[in-house]
Write a protein that binds this ligand. Structure first.
Ligand SMILES: Cc1ncc(COP(=O)(O)O)c(C=O)c1O
Length: 460
């Protein structure tokens, strides 16, 4: 599957130094802004995921497939706001919807018709009848877990080791490399906190299992049942993001569906990333497995804060009956709902998905061809607008193989190569690319050329 060219560590270090210097020379205004920002914003940013060593770049605007930095860089955007902007920046249909809504008032904390239309569309696309709206992915997963706990009367939850589901306490557990240390055995991973400030009692209530291993999931569920703490839910991404992209192996999702059904455990597909980006009906449509609940956010409202929880009648009955308070001042706010409606009705059309699939296929095929050209140990994975190159000598199927095979130094170097050649990727080795409906062949050419230069240079 992958090539055998040797990549010298000293060569990576040399290229890192060169590329860092090149970026520094090109971004003096960002450095100046950072010095000012650091006095009032920790790390100079509003979310630690926006921080960058030695300083973040600051941006002014975006249009179509491009974003523009204060330093005058024009960048083809493959970051796309961590996957929020599959519609591309300032899409005319979304701009128009937002402008019209602004003039009619933006927040009442009372329902508008757009929320009904968006709910009806999502119900059809995701095959789940009942929806509630929130304002972020974290809110969506937090409320979904509470609902699952209320439905089952249980406290413990199960997730996939290495999966990110937002920044609330329940799921900031067994997450990532920062805490990779003694995590225990694969059949009984320890619950490890992701950062400080999370109560031990909450950490202990979250059990993690490996992705793509249904027998291991069932064994762990049995183990938890034996301990008297059967899980309320399994929360997972059907295709795992945040490790690049890891697709489910054939039969895995079907097996998970069967296991959770058999044990009366609520199955939640967290589609905050896969949701609108991989198909109109997200992973549910792509893989044909219907969970009990779905969570959405990111691309739902074309760049406005939003999120959604979809569920079966049976599950949502605890909300319907008033037993669970699923609430929020800004939930279903008119501005996000207007943008979501415009996105669903006018932007994310069948033709838009055809265009995304076409561009993604090109990107995948051509990056694979670059690997083959230089006999480089790497390969691509993709799904509709999303994808990644794995700098890996073996196949990544879960977090353990991600840690074992991924070349993290090369991931960091690739980010620098991209930005210095007019392409911005999400910061961090775990991130996949997201294309937008406004990307063109020229954006793909730019990415492939930058990738070719990188692989040529590291294998030289
Ligand atoms: C799969 C998944 N779920 C939930 C979240 C949390 O979303 P938000 O950052 O909007 O709270 C993310 C964010 O990256 C995510 O990737």
């Amino acid at each position: 599957m992958t090539g055998s060219a040797k990549v010298e560590r000293s060569r990576i270090a040399e290229l890192m130094e060169r590329e860092e210097k090149r970026l520094e020379d090109a971004t003096p205004k960002s450095f100046e802004l950072y010095k000012r920002a650091a006095k009032s914003l920790p790390m100079g940013v509003s979310s630690s995921y926006q921080a960058r060593d030695p300083y973040p770049l600051y941006f002014t605007h975006g249009k179509g497939s491009k974003i523009y930095s204060v330093d005058g860089l024009e960048l083809s955007d493959f970051h796309n706001g961590f996957g929020c902007m599959v519609q591309g920046h300032a899409h005319p249909a979304i701009v128009e919807a937002i402008q019209k809504r602004c003039e009619l008032g933006t927040q009442f904390a009372l329902p508008t018709e757009d929320s009904i239309i968006v709910a009806e569309t999502l119900a059809q696309n995701f095959k789940l009848p009942k929806w509630r709206f929130v304002n972020s992915g974290s809110e969506a997963t937090m409320d979904a877990i509470r609902i699952a706990r209320a439905v089952t009367g249980r406290d413990t939850i199960m997730k996939i080791f290495g999966s990110y589901h937002g920044h609330h306490d329940y799921v900031m557990v067994s997450l990532g490399i920062a805490d990779w240390g003694d995590i225990g055995q694969r059949d009984n991973y320890k619950s490890v906190s992701y950062g400080k400030g999370i109560p031990q009692a909450v950490i202990d209530m979250t059990a993690a299992v490996p992705f793509n291993d249904a027998p291991m999931m069932e064994a762990r569920i049995q183990h938890l049942i034996d301990e008297g703490r059967k899980p309320a839910c399994v929360i997972m991404e059907a295709a795992m993001m945040n490790l690049g992209v890891v697709l489910p192996e054939p039969g895995y999702l079907e097996a998970v569906r069967e296991i959770t059904k058999k044990h009366g455990i609520v199955l939640i597909f967290d589609e905050v990333k896969t949701g609108i980006c991989s198909a109109a009906g997200g992973a549910v449509e792509r893989f044909g497995v219907v969970p009990d609940m779905v969570t959405l956010a990111k691309a739902l409202a074309g760049g406005l804060p939003s999120g959604a929880i979809g569920a079966s009648e049976e599950v949502m009955a605890v909300v319907e009956s008033g037993k669970v308070y699923q609430v929020g001042t800004y939930s279903g706010n008119p501005l996000s709902m207007a943008a979501a409606r415009a996105s669903l009705e006018q932007v994310m059309t069948p033709d838009a998905y055809k265009h995304l699939n076409y561009l993604n296929d090109r990107l995948i095929t051509e990056c694979d061809a670059v690997c083959a050209k230089y006999d480089f140990p790497g390969y691509t994975v993709g799904i509709s607008s999303k994808g990644c190159v794995n700098f890996a000598s073996g196949k990544i199927v879960d977090y353990e193989t991600f840690i074992k095979y991924q070349d993290f130094e090369l991931c960091n170097l690739a980010w620098l190569y991209n930005i210095n050649r007019g392409v911005i990727m999400a910061p961090g080795r775990e991130e996949e690319w997201t294309l937008s409906v406004q990307h063109t062949d020229a954006d793909i050419d730019k990415y492939v050329n930058a990738f070719d230069e990188l692989i040529r240079d590291v294998t030289a």
